[in-house]
Design a protein around this ligand. Structure first.
Ligand SMILES: Cc1cc2nc3c(=O)[nH]c(=O)nc-3n(C[C@H](O)[C@H](O)[C@H](O)COP(=O)(O)OP(=O)(O)OC[C@H]3O[C@@H](n4cnc5c(N)ncnc54)[C@H](O)[C@@H]3O)c2cc1C
Length: 175
């Protein structure tokens, strides 16, 4: 028999979106369960905002040295050790990770469950065979991915008109 949980809110996904909802719900004393199938912190902490800004910070240091001559400072970048840059990026992630950790959220009163959530029916989410969650409300915060618009022809659109031919809009539907 799976363990059956009945919180007010079940949040699926512990990225920036899901963590914010879970923390706010817990602050109001609302029983909340958070399910994450990958790393706590999601894209922002692990592959997005944090690593990209850490890498950019390293790049800015190199650029400042390379541009120093314009300020009358003789300097040049002798070497960029990408291993160390990589370590710096991961050190920054590790320094921030406790804010998004399972331990911190447990401490806030959120029950964090590791595993992939899937809807069994419209009122119940299962995590593996061991847990079922029948929450009053579900928050789906599972992130997003970019999607390319279909090619114009497949979308039933005519080719773009040239500028200045009086077309008011960029495209017209094919009859
Ligand atoms: C290179 C890069 C740089 C960026 N820089 C910035 C920036 O500087 N500032 C900024 O505001 N934004 C930035 N972003 C965007 C930012 O990372 C995203 O907008 C944000 O992380 C989205 O958060 P989210 O909670 O919606 O989704 P995500 O962070 O994607 O979290 C979704 C979570 O849901 C989990 N999940 C999915 N399906 C299930 C399931 N069935 N069961 C359980 N868990 C599931 C995933 O494992 C994931 O952890 C950047 C993005 C990239 C790629």
């Amino acid at each position: 028999m799976p363990e059956r949980l009945t919180p007010d809110i079940c949040v699926i996904g512990a990225g920036s979106g899901g963590l914010s909802v879970a923390a706010a719900a817990a602050a109001f004393g609302v029983p909340v369960v958070l399910v994450e199938k990958g790393k706590m912190g999601g894209e922002c902490l692990n592959t997005g905002c944090v690593p990209s800004k850490s890498l950019i910070a390293a790049g800015k240091r190199a650029r400042a040295i390379a541009d120093a001559r314009a300020f009358g400072v003789s300097a040049q970048v002798a070497d960029i050790d990408f291993r160390k840059v990589h370590r710096h990026v991961h050190d920054v992630i590790a320094a921030i990770a406790p804010n998004d950790s399972k331990e911190r959220f447990n401490g806030l009163g959120v029950r964090v469950i590791e595993g992939a959530a899937r809807f069994k029916d419209r009122d119940t989410v299962a995590v593996g065979e061991a847990i079922e969650i029948a929450a009053r409300r579900f928050v789906i915060a599972t992130g997003s991915s970019p999607s390319l618009p279909p090619p114009r022809a497949r979308a039933g659109l005519s080719p773009p008109r040239k500028r200045g031919d009086g077309a008011g809009s960029c495209c017209t539907a094919r009859a």
